[in-house]
Design a protein around this ligand. Sequence first.
Ligand SMILES: C[S@@+](CC[C@H](N)C(=O)[O-])C[C@H]1O[C@@H](n2cnc3c(N)ncnc32)[C@H](O)[C@@H]1O
Length: 280
Amino acid sequence: MLVSNTIQILVGDSRQLLQRIQSGTVQCCISSPPYWGLRNYHHPDQIGAESSPEEYVANLVAVFRGVHRLLREDGTLWLNVGDGYARNGGTGRSGPNALVGNTKKLIQQRNCKVPTCWGLKDRDLMGLPWRLVFALQEDGWLLRSRITWIKKAPMPESVKNRPSNATEEIFLLAKNPSYYYDNQAVREKTGANLKNYWLLGPDASGAPHPAVFPRELARRCVLLGSRPGDVILDPFSGSGTTGVVAAEANRKAILVELNPAYAEQSRLRINRDRQLTMIS
Ligand SMILES: C[S@@+](CC[C@H](N)C(=O)[O-])C[C@H]1O[C@@H](n2cnc3c(N)ncnc32)[C@H](O)[C@@H]1O
C-alpha cells in the first residue's frame, strides 16, 4: 500500500514482511509493539496474545533481529513498551475481568493463570519492558538509554494498595557504539541537553485505534535519530503516527501493520495530514 513516494505501508506480519526490505536501508526504527496480554488487535497472527510472556519476548526479539539487519551501521531503535501484572483469572466487573477503557483485555478473555516462568506470583508486576530489553541486549543490541514517558493523562486505576501507574519506558538501542544522534535537534526549554524523562499528553488524533502514542513522542525520536531524507521504520505502525511525523519532518517511512483495517485508517490519516500541510 503506497501512500506516496515517501511513505509506504506494508500490510501483514512483520516477521515475514521485514525480510522483503533491503539490508542497511533504514536509519531509525521507532515502534510500540503490542503489550503482552493487553489489547486484542483482532488478527490470528497478532503478537501480544501468546500464551506465555517468554514466547512474547522471543517473538519480539525475532522481529527486532529483522530490524537490526535493515538498519544502517549508525542506526538506532527507539522502543516504547509497557508492563503488566501476572494474574489468576476471575469473573465480574472488577478484578481481572474488568473492562479497561472500552477495550477488553486479552488476558481477561481466557481464564488467565499466572505464567509459570520467572518465579511470577499472582499480582506480580512482570517487568516486561526490562525483560525484553535484556533479551535484545543478549541478541546483540547496545542499550544506550531508558527514557521515562510520564503520562499527563494516565488511564485511571481503582487500586488502593499501590500507586497508580502513570509512566512507560522508551528505550534507545543502537547497532554500534558510534550511532547517529543529533543532540541539538531537541533540547530542554533552558537550552540544556534533553533529559531522560518526557512529560507528554495524549493527542486528539481522532484515530480509531486503541493504542496511539503521542506525536511528540515520535517527533522527538525522529529528530534525534535521523536526518531529513532518511528512512524511518515502524514494524507495528497501528494508526500510522510514526508515518505522519516522519512526513512532517521530511523523512521517508516504511510502516508495517498486520490488521488491514488499521493500515487503511493510517493511509487515510497520512493522506489527510499531508493535504492539510499542503493547504496551510
Ligand atoms: C501498540 S499498537 C501501535 C500503535 C502506534 N504506535 C500508533 O501510534 O498508532 C501495535 C500494533 O501492532 C500491530 N501488530 C500486532 N502483531 C503484529 C505483527 N505480527 N506484525 C505487524 N503488526 C502487528 C497491531 O495490530 C497494532 O496495531
